[in-house]
Design a protein around this ligand. Structure first.
Ligand SMILES: [Zn+2]
Ligand SMILES: [Zn+2]
Ligand SMILES: [Zn+2]
Ligand SMILES: [Zn+2]
Length: 308
């Protein structure tokens, strides 16, 4: 398998990389480009970096650094290229933008990303997969597991048994019905499955966010309703209080009027009774005087008095 780097307008290499690629030799290779049918025509250059296992450490490092996500510092996983041209793993950017700050900004250049969603950059995705494989091939001596029976590297993955197998082991009768694939391909397929699962989790999470927003809205409108009801109740009681005060005032005024009239009548009555009492005393005094008069005069005056 050959490795290629595409100079796409959507992403650029550092000057050091370009110099290094120049040293290796950059040339157009239409046949090799056909291996990447999704690669758009605007991709101008193909850089042939080397055959599998032939890539030296320096080149591999540069190759990988160009395919490293600046957020997680790992090889791109489901890479997306945003408005400014910078690329990141979709999961990294999803987590980075999670808090929903607007406008969404590029973590690298702070450029504003206006599009709501981004398609996977297929070329970058394939290159990242190649870079992962190149890294695995480069590190194989340290990481490889050797089959004890056949003394061969376990290069295949049995999905049914979920085990690693060497070539001869994978051809044993108990595995005839199984599908075995090279480790890198199996791992990439597992990554795809994980990404799919992550995608659906993220979608559920976004739906949850919508529900949460609705709940928050409900809470706020309920709080608004309570505040409004409070105002209404307060206003109603204030109105009733005012009405009761007015009623109280009218009641008191009526009572006062009634009491005043009654008092006036009583005072009048007391005045009359006092006067009558005084006149009775006067009469008593006159009658006392009369009693002291001589008999004849008494009898004459008495007749006048009794006639009255
Ligand atoms: Zn990342
Ligand atoms: Zn940017
Ligand atoms: Zn074996
Ligand atoms: Zn098997």
């Amino acid at each position: 398998m050959a490795f290629f780097i595409f100079f796409a307008p959507s992403f650029a290499f550092s000057p050091y990389t370009e110099k290094l690629l120049g040293r290796i030799g950059v040339f157009l290779d239409i046949e090799e480009k056909e291996l990447f049918p999704e690669a758009p025509d605007r991709l101008v250059y193909l850089a042939h970096l080397g055959k599998q296992g032939n890539m030296d450490s320096d080149t591999l490092q540069v190759f990988q650094s160009e395919l490293t996500c600046s957020i997680c510092m790992n090889c791109f996983l489901d890479p997306i290229t945003i408005d400014c041209g910078h690329s990141f793993c979709r999961p990294c950017l999803s987590l980075c933008w999670e808090e929903g700050q607007t406008p969404r900004r590029c973590p690298e250049c702070r450029g504003i990303a206006e599009r709501p969603d981004f398609k996977t950059n297929i070329v970058l995705k394939r290159l990242a997969s190649l870079a992962r494989q190149a890294r695995a091939d480069h590190d194989h001596s340290s990481e490889e597991q050797i089959c004890v029976t056949h003394q061969e590297a376990k290069g295949f993955f049995c999905e049914a048994d979920q085990t690693l197998l060497c070539g001869p082991c994978s051809e044993r009768p108990e595995h005839t019905a199984h599908s075995h694939s090279p480790i890198h391909r199996a791992a990439e397929e597992s990554r795809e499955k994980l990404l799919k699962r992550m995608g659906s989790l993220w979608k559920i999470r976004e739906e949850m966010q919508i529900l949460l927003n609705q709940e928050a809205k409900k809470t706020w409108s309920f709080k608004d309703y309570v505040a409004l009801r409070k105002e209404m109740i307060t206003a109603e009681y204030q109105r009733m209080l005012l009405f009761l005060r007015e009623e109280e005032q009218l009641h008191l005024e009526a009572l006062e009027r009634e009491a005043k009239e009654m008092c006036e009548q009583l005072e009048e009555s007391v005045f009359r009774m006092t006067q009558y009492r005084a006149s009775l005393k006067e009469m008593y005094r006159e009658l006392t005087g009369m009693c002291c008069k001589p008999d004849r005069e008494l009898l004459q005056v008495l007749a006048n008095v009794l006639e009255m």
